[in-house]
Ligand binder design. Structure first.
Ligand code: ZNH
Length: 141
């Protein structure tokens, strides 16, 4: 679980990048598909070329879901309950991919925040994304 200081760091980071959320979402997905090509197999019905409308649309959805988790950082499980069912029962995304996406998101954040993405902030965001991932993965059988 995240400490109060870690929660505060995540909330602060999210506020700082709020206006760039869509660009960060799209970049995170571009990095995901480029660095971990097997992740593309979950999106056979998408045009995954750089900057495509589907990629941007999906990036935006993922970012607003993460934003909901930030807003409800004391009860991430409740905030993401529906998505947890979707990923476990319908999409069946291998949970290892949540780690990959977390890394890609963190690079997108770090390149924008520079020095503000301090080791403390980095560690807090990493823990937060692990919490998000474990919620998304907890309904798997
Ligand atoms: Zn996921 C979908 C979120 C991860 C795959 N997603 C989705 C959505 C959201 C999300 C919000 C939408 C839903 C609706 O529409 O209702 N994800 C998310 C998050 C995360 C994720 C938050 C983390 C953090 N996913 C993921 C991964 C993968 C995925 C890693 C793989 C690789 N998703 C997916 C898919 C889908 C989704 C496939 C479906 C799409 C369409 O549209 O079709």
């Amino acid at each position: 679980t995240l400490t109060q200081a870690e929660k505060a760091a995540v909330v602060t980071v999210w506020a700082k990048v709020a206006t760039q959320a869509d660009a960060i979402g799209a970049e995170s997905l571009e990095r995901l598909f480029f660095s971990y090509p097997p992740t593309k197999t979950y999106f056979p019905h998408f045009d995954l070329s750089q900057g495509s409308a589907q990629l941007r649309g999906h990036g935006s959805k993922v970012m607003s879901a993460i934003g909901e988790a930030v807003k409800n950082i004391d009860d991430i499980r409740k905030a993401l309950a529906k998505l947890s069912e979707l990923h476990a029962y319908i999409l069946r995304v291998d949970p290892v991919n949540f780690k990959f996406l977390s890394q890609c998101l963190q690079v997108a954040l770090a390149t924008r925040l520079g020095k503000d993405y301090s080791p403390e902030v980095h560690s807090a965001v990493d823990k937060f994304m692990s919490a998000v991932a474990s919620v998304l993965a907890e309904k798997y059988r």
